[in-house]
Every structure is written in C-alpha cells, then in structure tokens.
Design a binder for this molecule. Structure first.
Ligand SMILES: Cc1ncc(COP(=O)(O)O)c(C=O)c1O
Length: 460
C-alpha cells in the first residue's frame, strides 16, 4: 500500500515553519518536536503517512482512539450528508442522530440507561462527578455527599477536577493545590502491588483499603467511586476478575454510585463492547469517548443508569433537571458519524476481533520475555502493556531516557508504540492499543520491531 502523495520537501518545510511559529502543542516539549518532526497528512487502516512519504504502523490508534481504523471514507459521506440536513442546533431540543446514538448506546449497555452528550473524555468524567453530587443532593437531602474515591496512578482527564481525580503526581504537580474532594486509594496494579502482596493471597487488600477510605471519610460524605476497569495510563494494569464486583459491593453497601471510565476501555477495545461487561457489574455512571466515534468526530458521553436519570426527572418547579449545558453536546454531525462508526464496529465484528488478534499479539509479545529487560507482558483484548525493567528480580524501572529511546527506535523503524509510566512509583511500560482492524502481519511487525529495540537497549 502506498499512501504518499508525491511528497514535496518544500511544502513540508513550509508547514513545519508555519506550525513551529504559531502552534502551542500539547504535552510534547517543542524542542523535541523541532528535533523530531512529524507532519501527518494521510492515513489508511492502521497506517499513517508523513508528508515526506514515510509510512508508520500506528500501534496506538492515535491517542488510544481510532478503533475502526483510518480512512473510512463512508464516515465523510455521513458527515457531509448530515451537515446538509442539519448542521447544528442546541441539544436542549431533540435531533435525529443524537436520539439514534443514545438508543444504540442504551442497547449496547444492555438497556436501562440514558445518555448525556459532551465533547471529550474529560468532560464526560467531569459531568459524571457533577451528576453524582446532584443525585446525592436529591436522594440524601440531609447528607453532604460530595467526595469521589479514586485510585492513585489513574488518569481521568485534563480538566482540574479530572486531574484531581487522577492519581499521577507528575501530571498534577504544576497545577496544585486541588479541591481535596477526591480521595485516593491504592490501585490494583498487581505487578507492583502497593501492598507488596500477590494475588490471590493478598485477600484483595486494595479493596479493603477502599473500604477503609470510605469509613474514614464517612460514607455520608462520599458521592461516588470512579474506576477505569483496565487502567490504561499506568501501563495497562488488568485487575483480578473479582476486583470490580468487590468495588460494586462496596458501592451498594454504602449508597455510593459506581462511576466507570470507559474512555479507552470502551467500544470493543478489551474484547467486550465495554470493559465492565467482563465483570458482570452494573455501573451507575459510565464515561465514554474516543472509540465512540473512532475519533472521526470529537464526541463523548456520560451514560447514566435510569435510577440516576429518574432522580433528575420531575416538574420544572422541582428544579431537578441536569444543571449544566455545553454548546456542542449532542452535535448532530458528530452523533451521526459516531452512530455509523458503531454500526461498522458491529458489522465487522471488531469486538470479537479484539479478542482474537489481541491474543495473537499478546502471544507474540510474550516471546519477548527472552529479553532480560522485559518484566511483564499483560493485556485484555487489544489493550496491551509490556513493562520494561532494568532487572527482572528487582523490578527497577528503566530510566526515562531508556524507554524514550525504545519508543524513538521503534518509530525510526516505522512503528509507533506508546509509553506509560516512568513517573513516581510506577513502572516504565510500552503500551499498545492499535486499531481493531490491525492484521496478524502488522502484529508480527510490532513484535519484531520491539524485539530489535530491546536488543539495542541491551547492547547499550
Ligand atoms: C481513561 C481516560 N479517561 C479520560 C480521558 C480524557 O479524555 P479526553 O482526552 O478526551 O479529554 C482519557 C484520555 O486519554 C483517558 O485515558
């Protein structure tokens, strides 16, 4: 496959200059960007193409989001057609695509849910925090339930409240102080168990610590618990199967809402339509984004159980309605594209494919355990982490420069892999979250390229 449009170095250089002179990029250091430029112009399947004609196999589906793969021209037609019909109107009124998308999401959740539309995963979680607080105000008028219990090393978004909910010290440090409304507990990160224990003899110490936090804070002050079923940002930490059901039990015991972050985990990624469905739990609030449209349009949603929805239902004089609005929520073009994206996901059985290809890729990556720097290989569906260590016995993390070197080397060989961790307390992990359409041959290429990079690391 060749995706390059007769590359023109002069045009590429002009774009680079235009960009560096005018754009402020997220999270990357501009000096690094100057040294390693990438001008992405085209994409197809699991491949993106630089303006200089270089093709890269995208092992991260962009930012963990292009689930159905790149280059689906059909979605451009859906967007164009919808723009001709109705380009926009606020979602205080109804529109056809958003109603259809909400119905589809409800069906995928197994029924019993209503959907509130927003524009990003951060906003979806942020709305979830607010719904939880408002719900508790309605349902427990004598109490003051406002706190969220969350986990260290989690990532839930980039706004102040979602950062606060997250537990990545280095991401948070520059914006302190925070509200103190988010209470953190140790995560089920078994490879580096915060209690130094092993499953199952640990007796789920992390869940016990959660109950201690609830009791210590006072259940009457806790509105909700937020969990990402498979923690992506820490380096793909897959919890023991009983973890989420145990957390749900705590929620029911203390009248706390269960808020599940499916921003990355959702829409087939882990081998079920939603990751919480692996564990048989029934969350009260679910944040979805990314794979909802495979990033063909910016759209996200906060899905609430009907028992939560009912709490917001009443006469206008009761003042129970959702007390927030955002301009683009329920955008008809984004909703139309997202709906078709999900139809493609279903028609092509991409969730089932995540199971099959995910197992194939995981198997291939297991073979890398022959390299002394590979500490752990883990994953669920097509969400995979390869945790790298200096020494398997001590589990000492790589230096940031070493894991950065691996990522750069892979990219130099035309394969994009992600990295997680390297922060305080957690490991250095190569992450893989490719489009669900990735082929076996492409998986082989990822394994081979990562193997070469590991050899280079070992030889110093
Ligand atoms: C688990 C999780 N939740 C929430 C978010 C925030 O989503 P967004 O970047 O769309 O705001 C992310 C982003 O990567 C995420 O990984």
């Amino acid at each position: 496959m060749s995706l390059s449009n007769s590359p023109d170095p002069a045009v590429r250089l002009a774009v680079v200059q235009q960009d560096l002179g005018n754009v402020l990029h997220p999270i990357v250091q501009h000096k690094a960007l100057e040294a390693r430029q990438m001008v992405v112009t085209r994409s197809e399947g699991s491949t993106i193409v630089d303006a200089d004609g270089t093709e890269y196999l995208d092992g991260m589906a962009g930012l963990w989001c292009v689930n159905i793969g790149y280059g689906r021209g059909e979605l451009a037609d859906v967007a164009a057609e919808q723009m001709r019909q109705l380009s926009y109107f606020p979602h205080t009124a109804m529109n056809v695509p958003a109603a259809g998308l909400a119905e589809k999401i409800n069906e995928l959740m197994g029924g019993g849910y209503h959907t509130y539309f927003v524009n990003s995963g951060s906003e979806a979680n942020e709305a979830g925090f607010k719904f939880a607080r408002q719900y508790q105000k309605h349902e427990h008028p004598g109490e003051f339930r406002f706190k969220t219990i969350s986990r260290y090393y989690a990532y839930h978004g980039t706004t102040l409240a979602t950062l606060d909910a997250g537990g990545m010290g280095e991401r948070k440090a520059k914006f302190e102080p925070y509200s103190g409304d988010f209470v953190h507990v140790p995560p089920p990160y078994c490879y580096r168990c915060p209690f130094g224990l092993s499953y199952p003899s640990c007796g789920m110490a992390c869940v016990k610590a959660m109950e201690t936090a609830i009791l210590g804070e006072g259940p009457e002050s806790v509105a909700e618990i937020i969990v990402e079923p498979v923690m992506s940002g820490v380096g793909v930490a897959v919890p023991p199967d009983e973890y989420l059901p145990e957390v749900e039990k705590l929620c029911r015991k203390y009248g706390i809402l269960l808020h599940v972050d499916e921003v990355i985990n959702g829409f087939g990624r882990t081998g079920k339509m939603f990751a919480h469905q692996h564990y048989g739990v029934s969350p009260d609030i679910i944040a979805v984004a990314k794979g909802i449209s495979s990033a063909y349009q910016p759209i996200a949603a906060t899905v609430v159980k009907n028992s939560v929805f009912d709490s917001f239902y009443g006469e206008p004089s009761e003042n129970r309605q959702v007390m927030q609005v955002n301009t683009y929520g329920g955008h008809p073009v984004a909703a139309a594209v997202a709906l078709r994206n999900i139809e493609i996901l279903q028609a092509e059985n991409l969730t089932e494919r995540a199971v099959e290809i995910g197992a194939y890729l995981l198997d291939g990556l297991q073979s890398l355990k022959s390299h002394r720097n590979v500490g752990d290989v883990r994953g669920k569906g097509l969400l995979i982490g390869v945790e790298l260590v200096k020494d398997r016995a001590t589990k000492e993390q790589l230096d940031p420069g070493q894991i950065g070197g691996i990522v750069d080397l892979c990219r130099d060989h035309g394969v994009i892999v992600g990295r997680a961790g390297g922060g305080r307390g957690f490991g250095t992990t190569i992450t893989l979250c490719p489009p669900l359409v990735i082929t076996r041959a492409e998986c082989d290429r990822i394994v081979e390229t990562l193997g070469q990079a590991l050899l280079a690391l070992a030889s110093g």
